[in-house]
Ligand binder design. Structure first.
Ligand code: NGO
Length: 649
């Protein structure tokens, strides 16, 4: 069986434009030469003054200067947005376009921000997102009294609440665009951050380029007021079945941030490998970290690695939820420390994909010392409130042995001042304050879980047949599972966490999480292929109110993201359910340094990097080593011919 996701290539014409969009970009912007007035010195892209063969001086401006000149030339033309104000994923609460109030971002724009360290970080993030493609300097400065073209304001008064606003206010924002500028206002830096993600989607597709592009940076005029429906919006990455390094995790965090997801759950331990260093039990990684599914080398995060992930996440307003799966899924730990095994004998390392055969000894006090040490170290390294204790598929630990074990571990977590999360199999165990069950069933009727909710448990929903990102899209998807069914984009989109489980009131639902298990996933390209385009579908289910979302609207809004992912070098599944436009031609301004083929530092072992894409380990982290882009972008994956989609909800 071929394991190569469909990333076929085909030449594509220019992107179809929105009916309300302005004229096509002016052809003279396609190359640097036209920015040089006739009769002035020759302009070359090399970056320094040289002499021509004729002896005349040659001025070689930087890419930034070229971008600025190009933008100024463009600004003289009638500029209209290529994106509508409502073309945002996830769908905002309220969108009021003002077509006469479009903004053209000036080349000398500064980002003005409230004098607050967290808000300032968001402003720096915005500037870092926009600098590569615009080539504009975009300095960040404190807010003056005079308005500027990019303004981030913190403060309750600045963000009037829509009627009935309740949950999610602290993540909400308001975005106003008029010819003088874009103003994002929010109660918190997190709200500002989400507003920045919206602004990013309102700029032309070329904003995703990692090198300067000749483009008119037009933002559609009007006002968006927005806030999330659910407070917990997450994804999970299984780094135990196959290990993924820090750069890969950061890249996944970038995808989450783009769609306003705010939790990344890391499945850190399983039969096939232990991925987090624990000082007090060093063999967990030294021995248990060296294996993975299929016999590959495995790997693990040092304390410094984990800190990098947590900090990278925090800068994107994402909370890391670490999971140590107990009492089952523990073969790697037992190989490292046979004393934890029921028979005190080390099992052989496991690199297959079966489940349910391993467990730590629930009758041995040493097991609880182990759990306390591991969770204690993890809690100390994790700023977020959650500790996930697994609890799934411990088939050989039955009845009170199982519930007794879970209850002791729940108490350990509570003693560490953290909130326990566990797969819904922990439901029969006694309640501890605030405990959260992660439901991954498939039939929507689970009396044991409903009963646990009556006793005070809260829920994160990860229905296997809607939210599991490791399920295949279609029968011929070249990787993934199908035990919970096939999950195409419509299926990922078409459900409601608030009403999904019988006997569970909406107030008990914290939100949803989309798990990506990696038994069959071995590279970043494969992760992205399974993540996109389903992750934005699930993000919209989690963020948007039911009245603002519809399948037809979502398909149309999502379609424009294909060219964005393509421009950013992100692999995705070109699902025939979505009316993808062709990739727009991106006119890169000349480089100042020679292009080298990017080094793929991800743990890709079976697939080449996605399509033609430039690979940057973390998409939004500017680093000269991480910003390669092809001079001539390759075509987008060919959209698969699509059937008429008449599904309306
Ligand atoms: C199940 C199982 C995992 C598998 C996954 C594959 C849960 C919570 N336990 O989900 O061990 O990897 O399915 O889809």
């Amino acid at each position: 069986m071929s394991r190569t996701p469909r990333t076929g290539v085909a030449p594509v014409p220019e992107q179809p434009r929105r009916a309300d969009a302005g004229p096509p970009p002016a052809a003279p912007l396609a190359a640097p030469a036209p920015v040089t007035p006739q009769g002035s010195p020759t302009v070359t892209p090399a970056g320094a003054a040289t002499a021509t063969p004729q002896g005349s001086p040659t001025v070689t401006p930087s890419a930034t200067a070229l971008a600025r000149s190009a933008a100024e030339a463009a600004g003289r033309l009638l500029a209209r947005p290529t994106v509508g104000l409502g073309d945002v994923v996830p769908a905002p609460v309220s969108v009021r376009p003002r077509p006469a109030a479009d903004l053209v971002l000036p080349a000398d724009a500064a980002v003005r921000v409230s004098a607050d360290p967290a808000a300032r970080e968001v402003a720096e993030h915005l500037a870092e997102l926009l600098r590569p493609a615009t080539g504009y300097p975009l300095p960040v400065a404190d807010l003056p009294t005079a308005p500027g073209p990019l303004q981030l304001t913190l403060g309750a008064a600045a963000a009037p609440r829509p009627t009935g606003a309740a949950a999610g206010d602290e993540e909400g924002y308001r975005l106003d665009v008029d010819p003088d500028g874009v103003r994002i206002t929010a109660d918190t830096a997190t709200g500002l951050f989400h507003g920045v993600q919206t602004l990013r989607q309102l700029l032309p597709t070329a904003v995703e380029s990692r090198t300067p592009v000749a483009e008119r940076w037009v933002v559609p005029g009007g006002t968006i007021v927005d806030r999330p429906r659910f407070p917990y919006r997450g994804a999970m990455l299984d780094v135990a079945r196959h290990f993924f390094g820090v750069d890969d995790v950061c890249r996944v965090l970038d995808h989450l941030a783009r769609y306003k997801l705010n939790h990344l759950h890391l499945h850190l331990t399983d039969d096939q490998g232990w991925r987090i260093a624990v000082d007090s039990w060093p063999r967990l990684t030294a021995v248990g970290g060296r294996t993975e599914v299929g016999g590959g080398p495995g790997g693990w995060y040092t304390a410094a690695d984990y800190r990098r992930i947590v900090e990278y996440a925090a800068r994107r307003h994402i909370t890391v939820v670490p999971e140590v799966d107990l009492p089952g899924h523990t073969n790697a730990a037992l190989v490292a420390y046979p004393e934890l095994a029921p028979d005190k004998v080390a099992p052989p390392p496991y690199t297959g994909t079966e489940v349910g055969f391993s467990h730590v000894d629930p009758a041995d006090e040493r097991t609880y010392a182990f759990v306390a040490d591991v969770l204690g170290e993890l809690a100390a390294a994790t700023p977020g409130p959650w500790l996930h204790i697994g609890g799934d598929e411990a088939y050989k630990v039955k009845g009170v042995a199982y519930t007794g074990f879970v209850e002791r571990v729940q108490r350990i977590v509570a003693g560490l001042g953290r909130t326990v999360v566990g797969w819904h199999q922990i439901a029969p165990a006694g309640q501890v304050d605030g405990r959260v069950l992660q439901w991954w069933g498939t039939d929507g009727d689970d009396p044991t879980v409903a009963e646990a909710v009556r006793r005070g448990a809260r829920l994160i929903l990860s229905p296997g047949n809607h939210a599991y990102l490791d399920m295949k899209y279609t029968p011929d998807t070249p990787l993934g599972h199908d035990w919970a069914g096939l999950i195409d984009v419509h299926r990922a989109y078409h459900w409601d966490p608030a009403t999904h489980l019988a006997g569970v009131p909406a107030e008990a639902v914290l939100g949803l999480e989309a798990p990506l298990w990696t038994e069959s996933v071995t590279s970043m390209a494969e992760i992205e292929f399974l993540l996109l385009p389903r992750l934005p579908a699930l993000a919209e289910v989690a963020w948007s109110t039911p009245s603002t979302r519809s399948w037809a609207g979502f398909r149309d809004r999502l379609a424009g993201h294909g060219p964005r992912w393509h421009a950013a070098g992100i692999a995705f599944h070109p699902s025939p359910e979505i009316p993808w436009p062709a990739a727009p031609p991106v006119r890169h301004l000349p480089r100042t340094a020679p292009t080298s083929r990017p080094t793929h530092t991800a743990t890709s072992r079976h697939l080449p990097p996605a399509a033609d894409a430039p690979r940057s380990p973390a998409l939004d982290q500017p680093s000269p080593a991480h910003t390669p882009a092809p001079e001539t972008p390759q075509p987008m994956p060919a959209p698969v011919p699509r059937a008429n989609d008449t599904r309306t909800s």
